[in-house]
Design a protein around this ligand. Structure first.
Ligand code: NI
Ligand code: MN
Length: 227
């Protein structure tokens, strides 16, 4: 069983094969965070790109839990300089970690780090669990046609941004669903601030009217279980 919990904004907690995997853990400064940073368990932390709302609390959580951070080569080096253990990967490359096979995917976005350091290229993640479930976390990105190639792998769950302004908005996220054709979708990266406020229930209705994908609107702290 794999359990995927939304921690508000773009932060996710994935429990799979008895491992706790955090994605872009941004808790302090995240008005939608349903937990305190100190409450989070982590064996692994995935960081999609260098922006502050994604690197978030990675350093303090990794120091407290000794979690291994998986991110691109450039952010990996930056974290090493802060005393954090990392496993660098890069776009198109996959690796069999204890929690599953993880591949980095392309994302159309920026990746500068909070202190102005170069953060390489932004990425998404494609996780294949031990049960063979495929979870695609698009992370911060605009729409791109090669989402179709990712969809060809047979996606059980896609986690997509819908907030607009910094990432895909609702219309492009609907087009993304049509390219990826996942069984399930969790929308994220909306309503954290007024700048990215969206009517998620209207989006769910439109996606479910035009595709066979099931949309799961989670409140921060709520989970979806994939059996
Ligand atoms: Ni970003
Ligand atoms: Mn972001």
């Amino acid at each position: 069983m794999t359990k995927v919990t939304w921690l508000g904004h773009a932060s996710m907690a994935i429990e799979t094969a008895n491992y706790h995997v955090l994605v872009d853990p941004f808790i302090n400064g995240n008005p939608a965070a349903p937990v305190k940073e100190e409450e989070l368990k982590a064996d692994f932390i995935l960081v999609s790109h260098g922006h502050g709302d994604h690197v978030g609390d990675t350093i303090s959580i990794a120091k407290r839990t000794n979690a291994l951070v998986i991110t691109n080569f450039e952010i990996s080096n930056w974290l090493n300089n802060h005393g954090i253990r990392t496993h660098p990967q890069h776009i198109g490359g996959g690796y069999r970690h204890p929690f599953g096979y993880l591949k980095l995917t392309q994302a159309l976005h920026g990746s500068g780090l909070p202190d102005g350091s170069y953060g390489g290229n932004p990425a998404g993640f494609l996780l294949t669990t031990h049960e063979g479930r495929k979870i695609y976390l698009a992370c911060d990105t605009g729409l791109f046609g090669d989402m179709r190639l990712i969809g060809e792998e047979g996606i059980d769950l896609a986690v997509l941004p819908i907030g607009d302004n910094f990432t895909m908005g609702p219309e492009d996220a609907l087009r993304a669903v049509k390219l990826i054709q996942p069984r399930h979708v969790i929308p994220i990266h909306y309503n954290t601030w007024d700048l990215i406020a969206q009517d998620v229930h209207a989006w769910k209705a439109k996606v479910e009217a035009e595709t066979s994908t099931q949309v799961h609107v989670l409140a921060p702290g709520q989970s979806l279980e994939l059996s």
